[in-house]
Design a protein. Structure first.
Length: 258
């Protein structure tokens, strides 16, 4: 995710010479990205220049080990942005000077193609100018939204953060169902992928409600209506399953934040 964000920022005009990356062993794709732009990944950042923005983009479980050395570089006007799932604003404030500005952000994997959505929550020290700056930075990989209450980030994580996995599972299941209905595996895969991605793009481009688009496909008494009767069965349909899934993800997010 950090690599996707960096690539988006450079594409929007960020000078690679202004970037410092701390990573003792970047993944191959990130290493290739850094090499293309002449950026050296360093085991630790040694600089006399205080950064204006620190972006913490590592796995949550290693954050406590790798963030403190970077936090010591932060000057009084620095903005720290975390894209580590489940890590609270307070967990970063503990390593930063009193009054430090911190934003907790939750992007999702479509950021890799510039079609993500990131939801942000700021602590009380983030100025309007810093909030605008954060929004501009995260817009490099897609849409940006804000919540006033950090507690909402658990639900955000379960919806948009984990949501791409739900969509990919839909494609998997549709492919398997197509095979069960007698289609050749190659054609089943092609139909499933094109249907999910094409429908997503139609939803993206349309101003109509999702329910309206669904109804537009559904003729009374037709094949789609017969299938939807199963998917929308009261108490056991897709809506109930997704509600249970999102609530399970939200609960796990709260547990990880403790």
């Amino acid at each position: 995710m950090g690599g996707a964000l960096l690539e988006g920022l450079i594409a929007r005009g960020l000078d690679p010479r202004r970037v410092r990356v701390q990573d003792p062993a970047p993944p191959a794709e990130v290493a290739a990205l850094l090499a293309r732009h002449g950026i050296a990944a360093q085991p630790s950042i040694e600089t006399s220049e205080a950064p204006g923005v620190i972006i913490a983009a590592v796995k949550p479980q290693v954050m406590d080990a790798v963030f403190p050395p970077v936090a010591r570089l932060a000057g009084p006007g620095a903005l720290t942005i975390s894209i580590a799932a489940g890590r609270t604003l307070a967990s970063f404030e503990a390593h930063l000077p009193a009054g430090a500005a911190v934003v907790r952000a939750m992007p999702n994997t479509p950021a890799a193609i510039g079609r993500g959505i990131t939801v942000c929550a700021a602590n009380g020290h983030v100025t309007p100018a810093q909030k605008q700056l954060c929004g501009e930075l995260m817009a490099a990989v897609g849409e940006v939204a804000w919540v006033d209450d950090e507690a909402a980030m658990d639900a955000v994580t379960a919806v948009s953060g984990s949501g791409p996995a739900y969509v990919f599972l839909l494609a998997e299941c549709l492919e398997k169902a197509a095979i069960a209905a007698g289609l050749a595996p190659d054609l089943a895969k092609r139909l499933a992928r094109a249907t999910v991605s094409g429908s997503g793009e139609l939803l993206h481009r349309s101003d109509a409600e999702a329910s309206t688009l669904r109804q537009n496909v559904t003729s009374p008494g037709g094949t789609t209506a017969a299938a939807l009767a199963v998917l929308m069965a009261k108490g056991e349909g897709l809506e109930e399953l997704l509600k249970k899934a999102v609530l399970a993800g939200e609960g796990r997010s709260r547990e990880l934040a403790k």
